[in-house]
Design a protein around this ligand. Structure first.
Ligand SMILES: NC(=O)c1ccc[n+]([C@@H]2O[C@H](COP(=O)([O-])OP(=O)(O)OC[C@H]3O[C@@H](n4cnc5c(N)ncnc54)[C@H](OP(=O)(O)O)[C@@H]3O)[C@@H](O)[C@H]2O)c1
Length: 436
């Protein structure tokens, strides 16, 4: 047996403490399976005194993350500080010292993935990031290895557990968005500041990582469409159910064709999902990612997308892979830039079907006016329904399902519709996905 492989753990918060605990508990198991012994040699944390008092070994705690980089006995650096500048500096400096890096930092990868993997290529050092998407679900490894022989046709993912919990409660208990959010916060499923979970950007960071891995070029965050769940109402869930749909926040990644270098689209938004589709039954804090490969067909990955234990499980997998890479250097450094000429479809050209909920005056001729605008713009209506009005006033809801149209077309239609006298409130528009 060789000398133990030294690990430097940067961060001892929710994730870091879990990694430390499980690494100790499963050290023998990992040694038997890998033939390599793993030892935590240094831990960086801001408040070292508090952590020492909690029982973490004081002699390996340091408030300076750079101590991990400079310690020659640390061969693997696990970045779970969740910072921007400091985490980026830690990762780049570790790579330059030929230390293998493991990170769970999705926001950092989405914004600086290109830079990080250029450095990884320059120094020949792998970077692993299984915990950055889908918590305990091994979706990164699946895309990188198990599906390597497939062109990826599409990926549809429920990749933010907080928003999925909120949407589940709105659907099942009829709660409004503020009540469902307050409940998620009281149960510890949402942060005190839930902005990134509910505005779609946490899911967007993960979608960027999945898309980049699947298509081989770092997808710029300004080329993707992102919309959050804040504007959804309990009425939307009721009406969607009457039409045979649930509502989910989906990350959607599609290639124009299953050909190398094909244009792709990446978007994150609330989506009407047919009730019969398996993603409509993914509830609570669970995540699921459906990947369609041109060889394998449909696959589905399901599990807990966050939390200490699932995230630690993903990081243990990365640490094991990092240890093996130290012993047997590998060609795949975690991301292979194989689609350097890839490009994203302009947002205005993205095609969707739509659900529209309008609040209109209760008088004859209203539907004809709205249908006239849609017809002018060559937008087809697939169905119209007028649900029972809940308020006794002079307005009524009007729900329309719209055939495939581009973002630009539907945007122009909504602008004209909202200017009509008979339309009394902003129109709710939700995209529809049929998974054909
Ligand atoms: N939580 C999840 O379920 C989950 C799931 C997937 C991915 N992730 C990702 O995992 C990462 C960590 O998340 P977390 O929930 O564990 O965060 P957290 O609970 O806030 O922990 C952050 C840790 O980093 C330490 N730290 C921060 N800045 C530091 C610095 N400059 N120098 C030294 N130590 C520093 C903190 O020290 P103190 O304790 O002294 O403040 C703390 O121990 C994030 O990138 C997150 O996006 C989290």
């Amino acid at each position: 047996m060789q000398q133990p492989i030294g690990i430097g753990l940067a961060g001892l918060g929710n994730v870091g403490a879990g990694v430390y605990k499980h690494l100790l508990a499963n050290r023998n198991l990992l040694r038997e399976r890998l033939g390599l012994d793993l030892e935590v040699r240094r831990i960086a944390v801001r408040d070292t005194a508090r952590r020492a008092a909690e029982g973490f070994p004081a002699e390996i705690l340091t408030p300076h993350w750079r101590d991990l980089v400079e310690d020659p006995s640390v061969q693997i650096v696990v970045e779970v500080m969740g910072r921007k500048e400091e985490s980026l500096a830690l990762i780049l400096e570790s790579i330059a010292r030929k230390k293998v890096v493991v990170t769970a930092n999705k926001a950092l990868l989405a914004e600086h993935g290109r830079e990080i993997f250029e450095a990884a290529t320059q120094y020949g050092v792998p970077v692993f990031y299984e915990a950055a998407v889908g918590g305990g679900i091994p979706i990164i490894k699946a895309l990188r290895e198990a599906l390597i022989g497939n062109h990826i046709v599409s990926i549809h993912g429920i990749i933010n557990g907080t928003s999925n919990y909120i949407l589940t409660r709105m659907q099942e208990a009829g709660l409004g968005f503020p009540e469902a959010l307050a409940e998620a916060q009281s149960k510890g499923y949402a942060e005190p500041d839930p902005s990134f979970d509910v505005n779609g950007w946490d899911a967007a960071h993960k979608a960027v990582i999945l898309a980049s891995l699947a298509y081989g070029f770092w997808v710029p965050t300004d080329k993707i469409f992102v919309e959050g769940i804040e504007a959804l109402t309990s009425a939307d869930f009721r009406f969607a159910r009457q039409l045979g749909y649930g509502i989910k926040l989906l990350g959607i990644i599609k290639a124009k064709s299953a050909e190398f270098g094909s244009e792709i689209e990446v978007r994150v938004h609330p989506t009407l999902v047919p009730e019969k589709h398996v993603l409509a039954s993914v509830n609570g804090v669970f995540n699921a990612v459906a990947v369609h490969g041109n060889v394998v067909g449909e696959t589905l990955f399901y599990g807990r997308g966050a939390g200490q234990d699932p995230t630690s499980s993903a990081i243990l997998c990365d640490i094991a892979e990092a240890a093996e890479a130290l012993v047997n250097p590998r060609r795949n450094l975690g991301f292979m830039p194989h689609g350097l000429y890839g490009s994203c479809k302009p947002l205005d050209e993205i095609l969707c079907e739509y659900y529209l909920r309008l609040c209109v005056q209760d008088r004859p001729g209203v539907i004809a006016q709205i249908a006239g605008i849609l017809a002018d713009l060559h937008i087809g209506i697939s169905s119209i329904f007028q649900p029972e009005s809940e308020d006794e006033g002079s307005t009524v809801p009007l729900v329309m399902m719209i055939h495939t149209a581009s973002h630009a077309q539907i945007g122009a239609a909504l602008e004209r519709i909202s200017a009509l006298d008979c339309v009394r409130k902003p129109t709710q528009m939700i995209r529809v996905e049929h998974f054909s």
